[in-house]
Design a protein around this ligand. Structure first.
Ligand code: NAI
Ligand code: MG
Length: 366
């Protein structure tokens, strides 16, 4: 059965890196390694400019019917002119919620080719191999009440609500423990149980799920601020890190310093499987629209390309192809291919397209 992949390039460098991920997936499709049919759809600022809506009906219908989404980035200065209700309509948060893709996998793996010490750039930290499981459809990004309100005395306040139900915590904990069994069998649960009520419940529920169903997996609890420190000084100590929406957002960006660049980190957002075993899925690099380099053709496409590898693994259920693509990325880097974000002083710098060509050449040679 052909899998329907809806491609949502979005804003800034989103289209630049997504085009490259599509080129790489087409390499596999041409070899009949995976049955994918890819279709590009407009949303957000680009859709607003053309159709005066951020979410055309055809795009929403395609999103809801897709086997997976391949997403670029969202966020553009143009959006300031779009009415707030339209911005929400075309937002990534709305898509995540509607698809119920609550488990956000963000693997962070050292690239051996970038491991040499350099006085110029932060390089990969040798041996690091961890994955964040960030809760993605609840917490402070979704809690109500929210808004900027004016109190009777005229004081304005900005209000968000950080809330988790037991069920929301339990299902992401189960996802993390199940994933750990396929890796090094170790879970670090990150919260602020000392000061936040939802954090205290988080710790209680994770502990209970562990005791009941996953006693064979090693579990430790860590406060989020300490986790930020440990990611910097000892990232190799982590295997699976499960945490809430906000801490997962922030801590996984910190991890950009572990592997060398934010531009190389992929992600997958997954739902629980339906009775037929199919998960809803949204794949995207963790970086944003990078307005400072948009349109210049210099963005690192490897985050998007490694997201395509996650699509091969989780949606196409083609682990050998996913391994082959990840190995090709490693080979391209080993051969010296560098975009500006990972080049050290004096190294030749490739464009977005040329970096992908290096990955395709490595695939041809593999
Ligand atoms: P950003 O991730 O877009 O950029 C941060 C820094 O990393 C910039 O210096 C950028 O040039 C660099 N960078 C990012 N991706 C890169 C790549 N592939 N290659 C080379 N360098 C890269 O984050 P920022 O600047 O905080 O946000 C910009 C916009 O993106 C905002 O509108 C924000 O809301 C949005 N955003 C969207 C996300 C998404 O679509 N999921 C995630 C994060 C931010
Ligand atoms: Mg982020």
């Amino acid at each position: 059965m052909t899998l329907r992949i809806v491609v949502l390039p979005g804003d800034g460098i989103g289209p630049e890196v997504t085009d490259e991920a599509v080129r790489v997936l087409e390499w596999f499709v041409r070899r009949r390694a995976v049955p994918l049919a890819m279709e590009r759809r407009l949303f957000g600022a680009a859709a607003w400019a053309e159709q005066r809506t951020t979410m055309p009906d055809a795009t929403w219908d395609a999103i809801m019917a897709a086997d997976a989404l391949l997403f670029g980035a969202t966020g553009s200065l143009d959006q300031k002119h779009i009415p707030p209700e339209e911005r929400r309509k075309g937002s990534l948060l709305r898509m995540r919620k509607a698809l119920d893709v609550f488990a956000n996998l963000r693997p962070v793996k050292a690239q051996p080719a970038l491991a040499e010490a350099s006085p110029y750039k932060a390089r990969t930290i040798a041996g690091a191999d961890l994955v964040f499981v960030r809760e993605l459809t609840a917490g402070v990004y979704f809690g109500t009440p929210r808004g900027i309100q004016t109190l009777p005395d005229g004081t304005r306040w900005g209000l968000n609500t950080h809330a988790y139900t037991e069920a929301e915590i339990a299902r992401v904990a189960r996802f993390a423990f199940t994933l750990a069994r396929t890796r090094r069998n170790h879970v670090t649960s990150v919260d602020k149980a000392n000061v936040m009520e939802a954090g205290a419940l988080w710790r209680e529920v994770v502990t209970a799920v562990h005791a009941r169903e996953f006693a064979d997996v090693a579990l430790e609890h860590m406060l989020a601020d300490n986790c930020a420190l440990q990611l910097g000084r000892a990232p190799t100590r982590f295997d699976v890190i499960v945490t809430d929406n906000l801490f997962g957002d922030i801590l996984s960006d910190c991890a950009g310093a572990i592997n060398g660049s934010l531009g190389m980190l992929p992600s997958a957002a997954l739902s629980d499987p339906d009775p037929a075993g199919r998960r809803r899925a949204l794949y995207e690099p963790i970086h944003g629209s990078a307005p400072d380099i948009a349109g210049m053709g210099v963005a690192n496409p490897l985050g998007a390309i490694l997201s395509a590898a996650m699509l091969l693994r989780w949606t196409a259920k083609a682990p050998a192809e996913a391994d082959r693509l990840e190995a090709a990325v490693g080979s391209a880097l080993a051969s010296g291919a560098r975009t500006a974000d990972i080049a050290v002083h004096g190294e030749p710098v490739l464009t977005t397209r040329a970096m992908t060509d290096a990955v395709l050449a490595a695939l041809d040679a593999s």
